[in-house]
Design a protein around this ligand. Structure first.
Ligand SMILES: [Ca+2]
Ligand SMILES: [Ca+2]
Ligand SMILES: [Ca+2]
Length: 286
């Protein structure tokens, strides 16, 4: 974990040197030092990356920050990921559709503990974690039973304090709070940027485009989940492979708690950047 200046991302560098202003804040500009992380299952460190799974069959993993973070007062978290070496089983029930490589990864908020890990394959490492909310970056179309739109979608999944599960079928009891399909292929080897921004009432997911969220869902973590002290939870990633596989790598990761919601509006990365710069200027002027 780094509280010193990081490479690139000017606004996040600022946040990294003033963590006290923003509650829990950290930057992993790479994963050469995994201090502060608990790795469960098949997660590993490879070439200064967090390799959630390697491109091999039936892998499953979770990686958690050791200490709970204040999520309920609002946060912004950003990370870069890259998915490579798709291989293994290819489906024959979607002629003409590239669906090789699986199964994806999630960013997950949970208060089940630092050893929490879900099921492999279609479970993406979060299926079975109680008291959790997962944002899945799903790269394999499990159908028809999971009601998945394709093999390239992002969904917000939670069943509150009950065990989470990855199906998207609509109706009462559905775990899906929202779902969207990026135009870009998440597993084509490109390094993609993701930002997730939350204030009580709304959670937005930005994929590749930091000006417009791909997906915004209405959610209040404080009432949905059983949080520690009403605000704190473990945060991290889960991932899995099955008969098909791929490397799921997190290249960098930052998190910034937002105790001043009046200055951090959920209207996009640019405005948050402006807000950070203004606060920076004000603090420096003191
Ligand atoms: Ca795939
Ligand atoms: Ca899915
Ligand atoms: Ca899937």
């Amino acid at each position: 974990m780094s509280y010193t200046k990081s490479v690139g991302w000017a606004a996040l560098s600022f946040l990294s040197v003033t963590p006290a202003l923003f509650g829990t804040s950290f930057i992993f500009s790479d994963f050469s030092n995994p201090l502060g992380l608990t790795m469960v299952g098949n997660a590993s460190l490879t070439a200064n990356r967090l390799r959630l799974t390697e491109a091999a069959e039936n892998q499953v993993s979770a990686v958690w920050l050791n200490s709970r973070a204040d999520v309920q007062n609002g946060f912004t978290t950003s990370f870069q990921f890259q998915i490579t070496d798709r291989g293994g089983h290819s489906p024959d029930w979607e002629e003409g559709v590239v669906n090789d490589g699986a199964d994806g990864f999630t960013f997950t908020i949970q208060n089940a503990g630092t050893t929490a890990m879900g099921l492999y394959a279609s479970g993406i490492g979060y299926y079975g974690i109680a008291n959790s909310l997962s944002i899945e970056f799903d790269t394999w179309n499990n159908k028809p039973s999971y009601c998945e739109p394709n093999g390239n979608h992002i969904a917000v999944q939670s069943l509150g304090t009950a065990v989470n599960q990855p199906e998207h079928c609509p109706g009462p009891g559905s775990a899906t709070l929202g779902i969207a399909s990026p135009v870009l292929d998440m597993s084509n080897g490109t390094i993609y940027n993701v930002m997730i921004a939350y204030l009580p009432g709304a959670l937005s997911v930005y994929f590749n485009d930091m000006s417009t969220p791909l997906l915004t869902v209405a959610v209040n973590l404080g009432t949905l989940l059983n949080l520690e002290n009403g605000r704190d939870a473990f945060i991290g990633f889960t991932s899995s492979t099955g008969g098909a596989f791929e490397n799921h790598d997190i290249i960098q990761w930052s998190y910034s708690g937002v105790p001043e919601p009046g200055t951090m509006l959920l209207t996009g990365g640019a405005l948050m950047l402006i807000s950070a710069v203004r606060i920076n200027g004000r603090r420096r002027g003191c």
